[in-house]
Design a protein around this ligand. Structure first.
Ligand SMILES: Nc1nc2c(ncn2[C@@H]2O[C@H](COP(=O)(O)OP(=O)(O)OP(=O)(O)O)[C@@H](O)[C@H]2O)c(=O)[nH]1
Length: 295
């Protein structure tokens, strides 16, 4: 059997989570149309008869703006140094941007050390004849062993991507059992689901300072019912009001949307209790960053 670690990097919104979801066939990584929703080193495990591919998340390759940003960049660089294959992703419908340039510069350091694949995503948004010139353009960078145009949303060429990945992996142990698709603790995944619902419902009102911590998950004895308690942390007092909404309407909305998703994920009825707390400027505080589990 072949096995190895892989990471996918690309600017926010390029489609990394969509691809991971597509590969795993299950909604574990979260997607949203707002940038920077991926902050943890989530592992997704893809096992076939021939290979086991473990996907590591790079939380934020970008110029850091605060302590959390610096921390995330550190984690990402560390991940890049650990993996067997690096996958970079760009958006076919967008020009090469400064973020892409920044990523390519980061990747220069791994040239001739780690094989690199470039995925040109969202080819469903451009016309067929435009694909080849695009590939040529990226080939000129001289960074990538393979360049594959894909559509993460409709699955185009994802099989080809997986077999290319496999071809770069060496014989190795099967690290995880066949049916295991993530090593993240359940609580973390549940928290990510709730955060996704919060971001979906809040529009632009509350920027990215929303964090969810799951305090407890308990199955009731002899009943197909689980009690989950979670706290939504926000950075400002005013944000707390927005999340709670008029007579609690927003919190209710977030709660019931989360509950439905979680019931499907955990295959049980759920009683979800949500609290909202202000943790001022948590992104700026190193100890808070640790407390929220970024390590
Ligand atoms: N048309 C099209 N849209 C796509 C494709 N893949 C992803 N998208 C959309 O692009 C947006 C961003 O996708 P995500 O998968 O959340 O992007 P991401 O790179 O994980 O973003 P972050 O988590 O913010 O880093 C979503 O609205 C997706 O539906 C694709 O192949 N075609």
């Amino acid at each position: 059997m072949k096995s190895g670690f892989v990471t996918i990097i690309g600017r926010p919104n390029v489609g990394k989570s969509t691809l991971i979801n597509r590969i795993v066939g299950e909604k574990l990584s979260i997607t949203s149309n707002k940038p920077q929703t991926t902050r943890n080193k989530i592992q997704l495990i893809h096992t076939t008869q021939e290979a086991q591919i473990i996907f590591m998340d790079t939380p934020g390759i970008q110029k850091p703006k605060n302590k959390l940003g610096t921390y995330m960049l550190g984690v990402s660089r560390e991940t890049l140094g650990e993996v067997d294959v690096i996958t970079a992703m760009v958006d076919a419908s967008k020009k090469i941007g400064s973020m892409d340039q920044w990523i390519f510069k980061e990747l220069e350091g791994f040239k001739d050390k780690t094989p690199m694949i470039l995925l040109i995503n969202k080819i469903d948004e451009i016309s067929k004849p435009d694909t080849l010139p695009l590939i040529d353009q990226y080939a000129k960078l001289n960074l990538f062993e393979e360049i594959i145009p894909i559509s993460a949303i409709n699955g185009e060429n994802i099989g080809e991507y997986l077999s290319t990945l496999e071809s770069f992996l060496s014989e190795g142990p099967q690290y995880f059992p066949d049916d295991m698709i993530t090593d993240q603790p359940e609580k973390f995944i549940v928290a990510e689901f709730i955060r996704e619902k919060a971001l979906e419902n809040l529009q632009e009102e509350v920027p990215h300072g929303v964090m969810v911590v799951v305090e407890s998950m308990k199955m009731r004895e002899n009943k197909n019912l689980m009690d989950i308690e979670a706290t939504i942390f926000v950075e400002r007092k005013s944000h707390k009001g927005i999340i709670i909404g008029k007579s609690g309407s927003m919190l209710k909305k977030i709660g019931s949307a989360s509950r439905l998703d979680l019931e499907r994920l955990l295959d049980t009825k759920i009683n979800l209790q949500l609290w909202v707390k202000v943790s001022k400027d948590w992104r700026e505080k190193e100890n808070q960053v640790e407390r929220f589990g970024y390590q």
